[in-house]
Write a protein that binds this ligand. Sequence first.
Ligand SMILES: Nc1nc2c(ncn2[C@@H]2O[C@H](COP(=O)(O)OP(=O)(O)OP(=O)(O)O)[C@@H](O)[C@H]2O)c(=O)[nH]1
Ligand SMILES: [Mg+2]
Length: 197
Amino acid sequence: MIIDHCDKRISIKIVYFGPAFSGKTTSIKALFSHFGKGEALHSIESTVNRTLFFDYGTVTFQNQEWRLKLHIYTTTGQDFYFVTRPVTLRAVDGIIFVIDSQKEVYERNLASWKELLSYFRETLKDIPIIIAFNKQDLPKKFNPKEFLNEIKYHEYKNVDSRYTIAVSGEGVLDCFEDILRLVLRKYYNHKLVSVIN
Ligand SMILES: Nc1nc2c(ncn2[C@@H]2O[C@H](COP(=O)(O)OP(=O)(O)OP(=O)(O)O)[C@@H](O)[C@H]2O)c(=O)[nH]1
Ligand SMILES: [Mg+2]
């Protein structure tokens, strides 16, 4: 998060992360079309609609005094380009972890979570994260509780989870509002500590 008191501008970076085909690009597209900014989203895709590097776009909200600029990215799930993932995650403020809820790809989600953990180690427990159990419209889904237990969800301080259907946009905006809430809450909690001390 960058807070420019002169310019009265706050910049926040949010990244969609998760395994290949889980619905990261579909989610960011649904989000931008909700904001009526579909054309403002930059996607670098292969000819078969796979994300090569990332999707990226910004959304700005403004009140009378302050401007809140959100920089939103997705990572690529393609392992061939995996070197781009830690780069995209640099200086992230909040992560939306997009899960493919289909039973047969359960392990893929777990591997992606472990990869995320390998980038941040213990500090991951402080980063605001929304876990989006996507593809809820499909049959044969695994039990979200199983996944949450396996990653030791209860040890994370700024985490929450939701159901989404990115193809219809269901739950996508709620996830986004939730991650913003977690990011801003974390910031204000820190501020409070520094004021007391
Ligand atoms: N049924 C269903 N399909 C979905 C949903 N979300 C995404 N998909 C489909 O899943 C496939 C992959 O979606 P993408 O959004 O490209 O996935 P991604 O995570 O960006 O994939 P990579 O960029 O390759 O890592 C596409 O065919 C989508 O239409 C959903 O909620 N339900
Ligand atoms: Mg993608």
